[in-house]
Design a protein. Structure first.
Length: 594
């Protein structure tokens, strides 16, 4: 059964293309031409599926890249076809220009640190600006070479012409060519998603914060994925101009931009097949309604979208796939939840290229939010290859201190040094690459990815060798005692296992300093002891700094303790010394302000 499923996953793009071409050929010439356009729209929807469904970037700009590809093809082909006797080079130029424009727009939105909503607004505005600009270029004297831009009247296209072949392709061979290109586009994206880059793209969509904490440059990953989507949309635009033989500024318009989103949502934005399913459901419906005595398309499409969002929020294809997976995984999920957290398997498997612990020091560190000072003149040194504990009541500034150390909170004053390096202003992913690793208070893992994939991504962030990452991930998985759950999604793990997985991911990056923010939160006494044993196991190889409320756990670690109060250091000492310190008792018993 598994082998049959794998074979179908490999062959479905070609099988679907063959079936679709045969059906179109048997339906007549008009359907052949209509099917060609639908397949091109499917490739456009596929570009959004990759950008939105796989890379996690909701963009209205795919229609803009489609239009850019169409315009560049028309302008290029119109100028070179009489010389080169082919237009394939014009298609390639259209793809390249669309990808470059996507790179420029992507740089603005990703390195400008725009949130999801501003990204959607900026990409939509970009499309509407192109409509306005191109629509205003109606003067016949405005041309590129021999080809006038035409303004709102549009621009004529040139049929696909291949080197060495006389004339242009007939409708049916054109459909076959477009079907093969659509299948090739699917195989290209499937290949990218199987490669390390594609796996990282998916991870950054699932949990960008954890990806950055592992050392991935999330903005760069999203930018490259955006370029791939832009190039694919440009290819669809060039093919559209070459088959319809016309394009105008309406391809950049609001309705076209929204329609691409509708295709992706109806078919399923996370499914490559869903891109084509969405088009093949929406477009025939639009054609029928548009020719039925009045254009009811907007109303009916709105109703279809509402039904899909309410009944099948992930789209048609993913919903069917989820149903099958749920039936298959019901027993496996029950087995996963019955497992209990036990001790790690022996000593920590130290990698051959171990970096060793490093001293982490902060000097006069302060952080203010308006008039509120949450970190006040903190100076600390955490010696290499030792365990250090930080305690304090709620609101003492413990998590803020970790945020300052890791880089997702920027200080107003002070410096942070890792070994001999000043890392005060370095971004999170660079600090991770330098040897800082963080386990958050609430487990932060890639919930929708298998346990083994979580560990592989953590190792690959440091090693950049796919095969070595596979071997090392299996080694850490075995040491953590998570072998029974290797193929489960992290979301299927019990709370204790999820916490353990995140610690394993942090260790997989070969950190020099490991920051653990309440690693035993919500755990049983037995699980807490297992985490203590794990920490002692790794402490001889790296520096470990633990924030925790459980005093028995702190005692079990046997580490020096720093007490924070209202963002400042109150005192330092052993756990027994602190328990007899009147100032510490006042803080924890709420008597500090009496």
């Amino acid at each position: 059964m598994r082998r049959a499923a794998t074979t179908w996953q490999v062959l479905w793009p070609i099988a679907a293309a063959v079936i679709f071409v045969l059906w179109s050929a048997l339906s007549g010439r008009a359907q052949v031409q209509q099917s060609t356009t639908w397949l091109i729209y499917g490739m456009l929807a596929l570009s959004l599926t990759f950008v939105w469904g796989k890379a996690g970037v909701f963009s209205f700009a795919q229609a803009a890249f489609f239009g850019i590809g169409a315009y560049v093809y028309c302008l290029t082909a119109g100028n070179i076809v009489d010389v080169t006797r082919e237009t394939v080079s014009a298609v390639l130029i259209a793809v390249a220009v669309s990808a470059l424009v996507a790179a420029g727009l992507g740089y603005v939105v990703f390195y400008g640190r725009l949130g999801p909503l501003p990204v959607a607004v900026v990409t939509l505005a970009f499309s509407l600006v192109l409509v306005t600009i191109l629509g205003g270029l109606a003067d016949p004297s405005i041309r590129v070479g021999d080809v006038p831009l035409g303004g709102y009247n549009g621009i004529s296209g040139v049929p696909l012409t291949f080197p060495g072949l006389e004339g242009t392709l007939a409708p049916l061979p054109t459909l076959v060519l477009i079907a093969l290109l659509a299948a090739a586009a699917v195989y290209l994206l499937k290949g990218i998603l199987r490669r390390p880059f594609g796996r990282v793209v998916v991870a950054t969509a699932v949990n960008p914060d954890r990806a950055e904490l592992l050392g991935y440059n999330v903005r760069n990953v999203k930018l490259r994925a955006f370029m791939v989507g832009g190039g694919l949309a440009g290819l669809a635009g060039a093919l559209y101009a070459a088959t319809v033989l016309y394009t105008d500024p309406s391809v950049f318009g609001l309705s076209q931009a929204a329609l691409v989103v509708v295709w992706a949502m109806v078919g399923g934005r996370t499914s490559l097949a869903g891109a084509f399913v969405g088009v093949l459901i929406v477009e025939p419906l639009t054609s029928v309604l548009g020719s039925a005595g009045g254009d009811l398309s907007p109303i009916v499409l709105g109703l279809v979208l509402i039904v899909v969002v309410l009944v099948l929020p992930t789209g048609i294809v993913p919903s069917l796939g989820a149903l099958i997976k749920r039936l298959h995984d019901r027993r496996r999920s029950a087995v996963a939840s019955e497992q209990v957290l036990d001790a790690v398997r022996g000593p920590f498997p130290v990698p051959s290229n171990e970096r060793g612990g490093a001293t982490l020091s902060v000097a006069h560190l302060s952080k203010r939010y308006g008039g509120l000072e949450v970190t006040r003149d903190v100076s600390l040194t955490f010696d290499a290859a030792e365990i250090h504990s930080i305690v304090g009541p709620n609101g003492a500034g413990k998590s803020t201190l970790f945020g300052l150390l890791m880089g997702y909170v920027q200080p107003n004053d002070g410096t942070i040094r890792l070994g001999d390096d000043d890392i005060t202003r370095l971004p999170v992913f660079v600090r991770a690459r330098r040897g800082l690793a963080l386990k958050r208070q609430i487990a932060s893992v890639f919930m929708d990815l298998p346990v083994r994939e979580n560990l592989w991504l953590a190792v690959y962030a440091d090693d950049r060798s796919a095969s070595a990452a596979t071997a090392r991930a299996a080694e850490i998985e075995s040491w953590l005692g998570l072998g029974h759950a290797a193929s489960f999604d992290a979301s299927q793990l019990a709370h204790g296992h999820r916490q353990l997985l995140e610690i394993g991911m942090a260790l997989a990056t070969r950190p020099r300093v490991l920051l653990l923010d309440e690693p035993t939160a919500g755990m049983t006494t037995e699980e807490t002891r297992a985490i203590a044993r794990l920490i002692r196991s790794v402490a001889s190889h790296l520096t470990v700094i633990v924030v925790e409320h459980d005093m028995e756990f702190i005692r079990d670690l046997g580490a020096p303790v720093t007490v924070l109060d209202r963002g400042a250091i109150l005192t330092r000492g052993t756990i027994d010394e602190l328990r007899s310190d009147e100032r510490v008792l006042n803080v924890y018993l709420g008597r500090a302000h009496a």
